[in-house]
Ligand binder design. Structure first.
Ligand SMILES: [Mg+2]
Length: 406
């Protein structure tokens, strides 16, 4: 059966040529705090802050915490002293990652093109969806917002316009709107640009703001009135893209390809300096397990495996093996890591930390050809999936590929 999106996809490609795209930026409000409030609804409508790793500083604030005057990036000890009534929570990145996936899944049901931009933001192509949903684009935004709230219990703001840069600008404005949706229409672009400070534009940081200010360019309208040649000479092609995106042309389309990490690194200090081979193997097994779990999570394989050993006197040693066939199979990876270990290990040396680095990361679909050339692949695959099922049932780290101490 044909999916209703099939037709829309074709339309998007056609419209893209005629430059009538409509794109939304869906941005979760105070995302980490909203996740905590979903898990514990008692926290709703209270001044809540989420802290960075090891409770260093404030990285997310509820509306109420913002109103109190708690600033982003404020060190925890300072915030706690100045605002003792606020609630401070340690971050739970795993939880935020899981809820993020739920949000993205709802968006993917809505549109055939979704680009996950960060853990709490995604660009959603709306071009052509007016007809499918029988609503105008602003109403589609409102519907999408209600749907995410109803199904995932996470509030979002939605900016809509004809380019990603304008959609991003619109989402900032949407945050101040009670309905949480704001659309910048083509006819309003110039008006909006005149009121937009140069520093508010997506992709313009401190240094670029300073450069524009030095040249007397203070708002977005003044930027788009510069010549292409001038912008190119100052910040290169990025400047041209910015100008045309601000004018409502979709220069950077919604990119649905999955961005794979270049490498996955798992390293840690040992609980004590050691030259005990089995102790090192144990710590490496833990790293291998976590690295492989990550591989499976992103549905990828690796072809490069590196072992890292750091000695008591901070000397680091690396040994790498490149595989002909990419793998995500834990036993295979641990066998290789242990071979490398036997090669590098020196019983005279005390080690302080160990690590495993996987690189040459490729999507599973790209390496599927190899499945048919490896008789054991199917067995391996089933075993790996079995690990994951057990883990999701009994919790993380319930099983690991073991080794028998001599
Ligand atoms: Mg956000």
């Amino acid at each position: 059966m044909r999916h209703p999106f099939d037709e829309i996809k074709k339309q998007i490609d056609n419209v893209a040529m005629s430059n009538k795209n409509v794109v939304a930026l869906v941005d979760c409000d105070s995302f980490f705090v909203s996740c905590e409030q979903r898990v514990n609804p008692k926290l709703k409508n209270l001044p809540v802050c989420v802290l960075s790793n090891r409770d260093g500083c404030v990285i997310a604030r509820s509306k109420e915490a913002k109103k109190m005057g708690i600033r982003m990036g404020m060190p925890y000890f300072m915030a706690k002293k100045d605002f003792p009534k606020a609630i401070y929570l340690s971050c739970q990145h795993d939880l935020y990652g899981e809820i993020s996936k739920e949000v993205m899944a709802v968006l993917r049901e809505f549109s055939p093109k979704v680009e996950v931009y960060s853990i709490d933001e995604a660009f959603v192509e709306l071009t052509g969806l007016e007809r499918l949903y029988k609503k105008n684009y602003t109403q589609i935004g409102e519907f999408l917002r209600e749907e995410v709230m109803k199904r995932v219990d996470i509030p979002v703001s939605i900016g809509i316009s004809s380019s990603k840069t304008l959609a991003k600008l619109a989402s900032d404005k949407a945050k101040a709107m009670p309905e949480g949706v704001y659309r910048i229409h083509k006819k309003d672009i110039i008006n909006v640009l005149e009121k937009t400070d140069i520093s508010e534009i997506w992709g313009i940081g401190k240094n670029l703001t300073l450069m524009f200010h030095k040249n007397g360019i203070l708002n977005a309208y003044e930027l788009v009135t510069q010549t292409d040649i001038w912008l190119n000479s100052k910040i290169g092609i990025r400047g041209l893209e910015m100008k045309h995106e601000l004018l409502g042309e979709m220069i950077s389309p919604v990119d649905t390809s999955v961005k794979l990490p270049k490498s996955i690194q798992k390293t840690s200090m040992l609980s004590k300096f050691s030259s005990d081979l089995n102790f090192l193997k144990n710590s490496l097994n833990y790293h291998i397990h976590r690295a492989c779990a990550k591989l499976r999570k992103i549905d990828a394989k690796c072809s490069g495996i590196t072992l890292m050993l750091r000695t008591k006197d901070f000397k680091s040693y690396y040994e790498k093996r490149v595989l002909a066939k990419p793998t995500d199979f834990e036993l295979e990876i641990s066998n290789i890591v242990f071979e490398l270990l036997e090669k590098m290990y020196n019983s005279e040396i005390l080690y302080r930390s160990t690590g495993v680095i996987l690189d040459g990361i490729t999507q599973n679909s790209e390496s599927q050809l190899f499945l048919f050339t490896d008789e054991n692949a199917d067995k391996k695959q089933r075993l790996t999936r079995c690990f994951d099922k057990l883990e999701s049932k009994f919790g993380k780290d319930i099983i690991r590929t073991g080794f028998t101490p001599d």
